[in-house]
Design a binder for this molecule. Structure first.
Ligand code: GLY
Length: 369
């Protein structure tokens, strides 16, 4: 089908996102950046390299001055300053200059790390995002957040730095294992819930095609999901205000992710966090009871959990207060006013948060009921 979105800031176009079902147009899309005069470095991880690096290398090798590939071991544990340092060393050895370009080929870890290298190497070098996971296509590759983890702190070091282009080949979603694929669905459902009720209904209508990973449906879904995020990041690129609504489900979600030592996927934790936040929204009479239960139950067909065992609600609460989403002593909690409309609230109390956590907490007593 081939679709395109442009991300604008201060009413100026900053970069395009193109939606394709293969890599055939990549060379053409890169032409305007004068790649014939540039050296390119494909930065990827060991898993993704095996699937796509050769194809991209072959597609681009005759269109640029030189092209090299750098890969590092897959996994969140490698999203750190050691990997950044190794990439700097590789770029220096290969004499990359400020006019050359990096291509981030992979999921969120590759995109965030490469983006941070691009933001800082020689005080800034062009980079292009080629996201290959659903999480990266609908979330981390757009909006210009780059960075790495520092010790136990996630995304603690980073920069807002915009790519020159985001090239999405949705057929790459076919090589994701089910758990990673449905993890991305957590963010897709979240985008519908916070920004577009019609899109939320569309996701539910397209459930069968989404399970089948039908390419036209995937392209439409990723495009529509990015449209929700585009509306938010264009208004508030550096998260001074409204961008925080993208954190719906993330306050409690991140806390569960940490408490469970990253055994659950990001999307699974976001789903649980969205349910707890929707529950608080219902208890505040923002949502009706029916709306709450529909939101909760709609995670099930997308293989996402609606309850969790073996947590300590007090510990989860304590972790929410150490989250980056704190402003001074106040937690910026995201609630739903209705399906398709989120709001930032700084008055959510400990009792409400604990009640939200208890709603998703499945205890031994629940078995006996
Ligand atoms: N992932 C949330 C954001 O980009 O702001």
């Amino acid at each position: 089908m081939s679709q395109r979105l442009t991300i604008n800031m201060n009413n100026h176009p900053v970069y395009d996102i193109v939606y394709e079902q293969d890599f055939k147009s990549l060379a053409k899309e890169l032409e305007p950046f004068m790649i014939s005069e540039k050296k390119l470095c494909i930065i990827t991880d060991t898993r993704v390299k095996g699937f796509y690096a050769d194809e991209i290398y072959e597609t681009l090798k005759d269109c640029c001055r030189d092209i090299v590939v750098y890969d590092f071991p897959s996994g969140e544990e490698n999203k750190n300053l050691d990997t950044v340092r190794n990439i700097y060393a590789f770029l220096i050895q290969n004499k990359f200059g400020r006019k050359d370009m990096l291509l981030a080929l992979g999921g969120g870890v590759v995109g965030d790390t490469t983006g941070f290298v691009a933001a800082t190497y020689l005080r800034g070098i062009d980079f292009v995002q080629i996201p290959t996971t659903l999480l990266a296509q609908v979330d981390s590759s757009i909006g210009g957040k780059t960075g790495v983890d520092f010790d136990q702190y996630k995304n603690m070091v980073g920069a807002f730095y915009m790519p020159r282009l985001v090239y999405m080949n949705v057929s790459t979603l076919k090589t994701l294992d089910d758990r990673q694929y449905y993890s991305g669905m957590g963010e897709v459902l979240k985008h519908g819930l916070i920004k577009n009720a019609k899109f939320y209904e569309w996701i539910i209508d397209q459930m069968y095609e989404i399970h089948e990973r039908n390419l036209d449906t995937l392209e439409d879904m990723v495009y529509k999901s990015c449209t929700c995020k585009k509306l938010v990041v264009e208004k508030d690129p550096t998260e001074k205000g409204e961008r925080a609504i993208l954190n719906f489900g993330h306050t409690i979600g991140h806390a569960i992710e940490k408490a469970k030592n990253f055994e659950l996927t990001h999307g699974e934790c976001v789903a649980l966090g969205c349910i707890a936040a929707a529950y608080i929204s219902w208890k505040r009479d923002l949502l009706s009871m029916d709306e709450y239960y529909e939101i909760r139950d709609m995670f099930v067909p997308f293989n996402l959990p609606i309850s969790i065992e073996g947590i300590d609600p007090e510990e989860i609460y304590a972790l929410t207060t150490s989250d980056k989403k704190m402003e001074g002593n106040q937690l910026k909690f995201i609630l739903l006013k209705k399906v398709g409309k989120a709001m930032i609230d700084t008055t959510v109390t400990k009792e409400e948060i604990i009640a939200g956590i208890n709603e998703i907490y499945f205890t031994d007593e629940d078995w006996n009921e």
